[in-house]
Design a protein around this ligand. Structure first.
Ligand SMILES: NC(=O)c1ccc[n+]([C@@H]2O[C@H](COP(=O)([O-])OP(=O)(O)OC[C@H]3O[C@@H](n4cnc5c(N)ncnc54)[C@H](O)[C@@H]3O)[C@@H](O)[C@H]2O)c1
Length: 414
């Protein structure tokens, strides 16, 4: 499918970045010898940060040197996982140390700050998704990335999937014909009375063991709130809800598969329907994104039913691609993950059904390799940018209860 069009050209003109084009990085922070291990630091070692920490430890060519977290409990936990590392209570001190790359796994509203500070300090960067909390911040981070020659990977790990590589290939070979609709969904469930994502507040999660001002990052000051500190995902000030937690992964995958520019408009309905526990972000969501050249992408999500797991269906005149993960198999009750292609017999008599078999790449190892090679990682800042803007357009549509065009979204405050 050829998505070259005015909006895409405008995007490229505005940002100077062609989708999928290499943001060529040429100068490593230091010249890495063949036997040198890539020195890594981390900002934010909570739930996801500790997963990523273990991923770094598993890459033999990398060395975890230091972490920064404003919560003493998290610093202690990281030290237990990686004895001997240095720990800091301020990310600026970490950025002063000798490191090649820095991983940012702080809450969403802090990504832009940590992204910009890391790039300004001359370190390569792995920034968790969603790239930023707002469209304005996404513009700022993209501009900073363009001006620098840093190697930047966004934590959209499905960009390293074999299924994406195969799907792109099938589209390139023309097997799907004209794709007018992509439908996608993501669903989870929790026991009655327990809301998705809600975490208990540890007894030491207080003003003495954290840095509340650093967490608030310019949001209005108020007394320490442990519930919000632990459960920032539930509140708009810090999060974009399930759009920035999960839709972003799937919309990035779809945008990469079809080489899509930014959406032209977004619609979103839904609400807090599953567990009315004070959360602001909706648990039930139906998003429609309009793209240029006759394409609509829909994404729906619930936190009250998990039978269909998550998936994407690319619906073309000549064929279909379906990726399904975590759905409950009707017969066995087990969950499964598969990406398949089927021809549409009416327009495509000769093609046969196919199943994706290309193995996934290790997303973390891909970034570490790119720090050495100065190549562009699988989830570049460009797809980080496009998927973030698409998500923020959807949330703006939900919050203002209207259709939001790209132009309007750029004028609206987050
Ligand atoms: N790629 C994925 O599949 C995936 C999965 C889960 C989470 N994530 C992303 O990872 C990020 C972190 O999520 P999480 O669940 O680990 O959150 P979390 O609350 O468990 O961890 C955040 C950590 O950041 C620390 N922190 C807060 N403010 C800080 C500051 N100013 N400086 C330094 N540290 C600070 C907190 O103390 C905490 O340890 C989010 O952006 C989330 O969307 C990605």
């Amino acid at each position: 499918m050829n998505m070259a069009n005015d909006t895409r050209r405008e995007f490229i003109k505005k940002t100077g970045v062609a989708a999928g084009a290499a943001l060529l990085a040429t100068t490593p922070a230091r010249v890495l010898g063949a036997n040198d291990r890539v020195r890594i630091g981390m900002i934010g070692v909570g739930g996801r940060g500790q997963d990523l920490l273990k991923q770094v430890l598993a890459v033999p060519s990398a060395q975890l040197v230091a972490i920064a977290d404003i919560y003493s409990r998290r610093r202690d936990e990281a030290q237990k996982l990686a004895p001997g590392i240095r720990t800091f209570d301020d990310h600026r001190k970490l950025l002063e140390t000798e490191l090649d790359g820095v991983i940012v796994a702080s809450p969403l509203h802090l990504h832009a700050k940590h992204f910009l500070d890391t790039v300004a300090a001359g370190k390569d960067l792995y920034c968790e998704k969603t790239m930023t909390w707002s469209i304005a911040e996404a513009d700022e981070c993209l501009a900073a990335a363009k001006k620098s020659d840093r190697v930047i990977q966004i934590g959209l790990q499905h960009e390293s999937s074999g299924a994406l590589a195969d799907t792109r290939q099938w589209i390139k070979e023309g097997r799907l014909g004209k794709i007018t609709h992509v439908e996608s969904w993501m669903s989870r469930n929790t026991p009655h009375g327990e809301g998705q994502w809600v975490r208990p507040v540890p007894p030491d999660c207080d003003a003495a063991h954290t840095n509340w001002a650093a967490f608030l990052n310019g949001r209005p000051d108020r007394p320490f709130d442990g519930y919000k500190y632990m459960n920032w995902r539930l509140f708009w000030e810090f999060s974009g809800g399930n759009i920035t937690e999960n839709m972003v992964h799937q919309i990035a995958w779809i945008m990469s598969a079809l080489d899509l520019p930014l959406p032209t408009a977004a619609y979103m309905s839904g609400g807090v329907f599953s567990e009315k526990n004070g959360r602001e972000v909706p648990d039930t969501i139906a998003v429609t994104l309009d793209f240029p050249q006759d394409l609509v992408v829909t994404w729906q999500s619930t936190f009250s039913n998990s039978r269909y797991g998550l998936g994407e269906r690319l619906l073309g005149s000549d064929g279909t691609v379906e990726h399904v993960a975590g759905a409950t198999d009707m017969v066995t009750g087990r969950s499964q993950e598969e990406t398949r292609y089927w021809p549409e017999r009416i327009n495509n008599k000769k093609d046969s059904a196919l199943t994706s078999s290309t193995p996934d790449q290790n997303h973390m190892a891909n970034w570490i390799e790119c720090i050495r090679s100065r190549k562009t990682p699988n989830a570049s800042v460009d797809i980080g940018y496009r998927s973030a803007v698409a998500g923020h357009m959807a949330n703006l549509a939900y919050r203002t209860k209207q259709r939001v065009t790209l132009e309007k979204a750029r004028e609206m405050k987050a």
